[in-house]
Design a protein around this ligand. Structure first.
Ligand code: PRP
Ligand code: ZN
Length: 295
């Protein structure tokens, strides 16, 4: 009998693993504890199972329908979509974590300083199709040496003149005497889905999960702010608060004109906002995260 539990493929360990796990837990999945050898986790409270795999294998699991959805880096997704004969997968949603770039990098003390300098040179990468597309767009003729890992050692070993790989903190490049010379692709975690039809049960679980993920993402972008301020400054202060059109205003007992203002605000650059609020006479300012939000 076909399974009625939604299967999600996520990275077992690595750059994407923690963020994927956190998102699913924030969406309410209660998971049994895992060890190094755990490959499969059955959620205790929802009809969802997790497959814990290598990130590079996730598109294949999703394309073939072994997993219904997956969380995968845009780098891996893009390379998969460019690989013509294989089954495509559907991008459902950008997830806003595991940000990184796919960049060209060369030895820091060498003469290759821009993409154009790579004409006639060789580059080692695990992303040959993305790199080939870039070279074609730029009209650059260069050799691509495909490697499945440890790409950053290639220049030192004389295998290639430079590399094309993921840069996140930049520590890996730094440790190998390399520096980025051009960014080719920005990447973040993506939710992807199989193009095989889901049965009614799975489709309905997926719908519930998506509402929860949207709610988690929305609540991550906002904060709850509380402050005291002179009532006469209410309009000015409401204007300063980003995205707060209808704040709650409460009188403060025995404090004359002072009122308490509570509002949900956008999280972008709250430090600037706090300074402006102080200038307008606000005091006792508290900013707290919002755990869940549903409109
Ligand atoms: C990438 C890449 C580098 C490292 C860069 O690996 O291959 O080794 O991360 O990160 P840094 O700039 O913070 O040092 P990834 O996480 O994709 O693992 P994988 O290639 O083994 O799947
Ligand atoms: Zn990988």
């Amino acid at each position: 009998m076909e399974t009625q539990r939604l299967r999600i493929a996520i990275q077992k360990s690595g750059r994407m693993a923690e963020g994927s796990n956190e998102l699913l837990q924030a969406a309410g999945l209660r998971l049994p504890s895992r060890s190094k050898t755990t490959l499969f986790q059955r959620a205790r409270n929802l009809p969802i199972d997790l497959l814990l795999v290598r990130d590079d294998d996730i598109p294949n699991f999703v394309a073939t329908g072994v997993a219904d959805i997956g969380i995968v880096g845009e780098n891996v997704y893009e390379e998969w979509q460019l690989d013509d004969p294989v089954a495509p997968i559907t991008l459902v949603r950008r997830l806003g974590f595991s940000f990184c770039r796919l960049s060209l990098a060369t030895p820091k003390d060498g003469p290759l300083r821009s993409a154009k300098d790579l004409e006639g040179k060789s580059l080692a990468t695990s992303y040959p199709l993305i790199l080939r597309r870039f070279f074609k767009e730029q009209g650059i003729q260069a050799d691509i040496v495909e490697m499945s890992g440890s790409v950053e050692v290639a220049p030192k070993l004389g295998i290639a003149d430079g590399i094309f790989d993921i840069v996140s903190s930049g520590a890996t490049l730094e440790a190998n005497g390399l520096g980025p010379i051009a960014d080719v692709l920005k990447s973040e975690a993506l939710l992807v889905q199989t193009q095989k039809p889901l049965n009614a049960e799975k489709a309905s679980i997926l719908e519930r999960l998506m509402v929860r993920i949207e709610s988690v993402q929305a609540s991550r972008q906002i904060k709850y702010i509380m402050l005291n301020a002179p009532g006469s400054k209410l309009a000015t202060i409401t204007d300063i608060l980003p995205g707060a059109d209808a704040p709650t205003v409460l009188p403060l007992q025995g404090k004359g004109d002072m009122v308490a203002i509570h509002a949900v605000v956008q999280d972008a650059d709250l430090w600037d906002t706090l300074e402006k609020l102080k200038e307008q006479g606000a005091s006792s300012i508290l900013v707290t995260p919002i755990e869940k939000m549903m409109a």
